[in-house]
Design a protein. Structure first.
Length: 184
């Protein structure tokens, strides 16, 4: 199996760990890296089935592959939803689905991210809870649509959200200033 630094490769390990909940799995992948992830997902699924495991992590890798390849990713998601047996699996599925949708600024992304965060609230390792909470608060500022946009990575999405936050609606108020004082 390849040793790629993209977090999606970590899903193929023998056991899913709560530390994965704070990761971002939806950065777009170059074709060669996507091919490597899909091959790893297939290999990891075979290994999990041969060992009698559920293979949820490798199947989650397959969901990511299917999404980026433009396949029937919803079918994979629905199958995973039906077979998630732990709160960790359910939370990861919702978070990954929300991230994939958010990467293209598609409607429904925040609902999936919120659902995943709610399921993971008691599972996050120390520090990840607030990091993900802040990340989601920023991402909430992005305009989402049914048509979506070209795929973007987390860094780009957060930068855009920070710009939107900085521009904000209307002029900024100075603390303690009377908004009705027109003379200054």
């Amino acid at each position: 199996m390849t040793t790629d630094r993209h977090p999606a490769f970590a899903l193929g390990q023998n056991t899913l760990a709560p530390v994965l909940l704070g990761q971002w799995f939806a950065d777009p992948l170059a074709p060669d890296r996507l091919g490597a992830l899909c091959a790893a997902a297939h290999h990891n699924q075979q290994r999990a089935h041969a060992g009698g495991g559920s293979g949820f992590g490798p199947r989650l890798q397959s969901l990511i592959c299917s999404y980026w390849r433009g396949g029937q990713w919803q079918v994979v998601r629905d199958s995973l939803r039906a077979t998630a047996v732990s709160p960790l699996e359910a939370a990861l599925l919702e978070l990954v689905t929300g991230q994939l949708l958010m990467s293209r600024k598609l409607s429904g992304a925040m609902e999936r991210l919120d659902a995943g965060f709610g399921l993971a609230a008691n599972l996050f390792p120390a520090g990840d809870y607030f990091r993900v909470l802040r990340r989601h608060a920023l991402l909430r500022r992005l305009p989402l649509s049914a048509a979506g946009q070209p795929a973007a990575g987390l860094a780009s999405l957060l930068t855009e959200a920070r710009v939107i936050r900085a521009l904000g609606p209307g002029p900024r108020r100075v603390a303690g200033a009377d908004p009705e004082d027109t003379l200054g």
